[in-house]
Design a protein around this ligand. Sequence first.
Ligand SMILES: Cc1cc2nc3c(=O)[nH]c(=O)nc-3n(C[C@H](O)[C@H](O)[C@H](O)COP(=O)(O)O)c2cc1C
Length: 219
Amino acid sequence: MDSNILASLSYGVYAIGVKGEQEPSACIVNTVIQVTNTNPPIIAVSMHHDNYSHERIRETGIFSVSVFSEDTSGAVIGALGFNSGRDANKLKNVRHRVLAEGVPVIKENCCCWFLCKVVGSAETATHTVFLAEVVAGSEKVTGVPMSYTYYHEVLKGSAPKNAPTHRANPSSGSQSDAGRFICTVCGYIYSDPDLPFEELPEDWLCPICGMPKSVFVRK
Ligand SMILES: Cc1cc2nc3c(=O)[nH]c(=O)nc-3n(C[C@H](O)[C@H](O)[C@H](O)COP(=O)(O)O)c2cc1C
């Protein structure tokens, strides 16, 4: 089997908001799908066992989904998708509001949000698929939902090891690796033929995870 075939599946980019022990928290997923059109509808999300968000969903049985738009900054994905709510208050610099249920929804140019109550789950070796009823949500959709393809091709983002779609050695396609530098924290690849990496200012930061130039290596 060609290992690239699963990369042809399509997804969106979402924040899963959870009720934290101290404060609300959130992480990034691409694996939200609508499972039924019943009343209420049921959605599913695949969550890695090691994620703090997994622990909080198991404990509280509730989470939110915020649908990112193409105008949502890559820095928000960096803040929520590349470190854990166990170690930091990830929402400190991310605009959000906390629902009456104690669950946050993200306000950084998101299209819409919905609130979900867990009704079942399925286990795999690494991830739990949570099934949940959509019990409340926004009144309208604003903007164009960000697709996973947009995240990869326009924002040049990648997925960390806990994402089900993580690939240890993604193929570099037809583009030459010459002059390309990769962020060792989030996998973002810098490749601007008009401005070589070496000429970027020393205080330049990775647009996805906010790390300095020093964490980049030649690809
Ligand atoms: C683009 C992207 C997609 C991701 N998709 C998933 C996913 O579907 N499921 C998952 O468990 N983690 C996914 N992750 C990884 C989590 O967001 C990441 O492990 C995060 O640090 C977990 O935070 P937490 O420990 O506060 O829950 C994704 C990350 C990114 C950047």
